[in-house]
Design a protein around this ligand. Structure first.
Ligand code: GRF
Length: 202
């Protein structure tokens, strides 16, 4: 199976998926890593591993629709079975999301449906949450609202700051995302009535 990973920056979740795919010899390959920002750090890691990379710079497109069309064309050159959003910081148009319906995952740093959008860690702190975490979900047109595949939980500790809390969540993201992607690769995810069902392995 072909996986295309989209990033915008650091790319540590992309890195975690790439490493897991190699280490555990997934029946899948990372066909490409694509960024909307030419300066995204994660591109260097991908290149060093010999993974094809591409940049579709959103700045060069006048509208979201034009950007998404160009992005889709670039992604589809790699014939993906799965598109993995890993810190990809663009809101996507409905036609784009539709095109990848049931085969595009995102990781979001909160226990959805709590704290969709940006500023999740500060949001959890401000709300006095005692628990926080990350969610992998299928991407649907409504931001951060698609069917949930898996979640990881961490405690919020006294004295936590946005930095300490986000670091604790990130450690879990790096385990959660490879786990969720692998379930997809093994054809163990099905969406029924808007909810994910995880099928048991053979
Ligand atoms: C992660 O916290 C992810 O959940 C969020 O953005 C961050 C990206 O980090 N969507 P990285 O680029 O994967 O290091």
């Amino acid at each position: 199976k072909n996986i295309v990973i989209l990033i915008s920056g650091r790319g540590s979740n992309m890195e975690a998926v790439v490493r897991a795919a190699e280490m555990d010899a997934w029946p899948a390959r990372i066909a490409a890593v694509i960024s909307n920002k030419p300066e995204a750090k994660g591109l260097e890691f991908a290149q060093a591993r010999g993974i094809p990379t591409a940049v579709v710079a959103n700045k060069q497109y006048a509208t979201r629709a034009e950007f998404d069309a160009a992005l889709q064309e670039t992604i589809d050159r790699f014939a993906p079975d799965l598109v993995v959003l890993a810190g990809f910081m663009r809101i996507l148009t409905a036609p784009f999301v539709e095109h990848y319906a049931g085969r595009m995952l995102n990781i979001h740093p909160s226990l959805l449906p709590l704290f969709p959008g940006l500023g999740t860690h500060q949001g959890a702190l401000d709300a006095g949450a005692t628990e926080h975490g990350a969610t992998v979900h299928f991407v649907t047109a409504e931001l951060d609202h698609g069917p949930i595949v898996a979640q990881a939980r961490v405690p919020v500790l006294p004295g936590d700051t946005e930095d300490t809390l986000s670091a604790r969540v990130l450690v879990e993201e790096h385990k959660l995302y490879p786990h969720a992607v692998r379930l997809f690769i093994e054809d163990r995810l099905s969406i029924e009535h808007g909810e994910v069902r995880i099928l048991h392995g053979a």
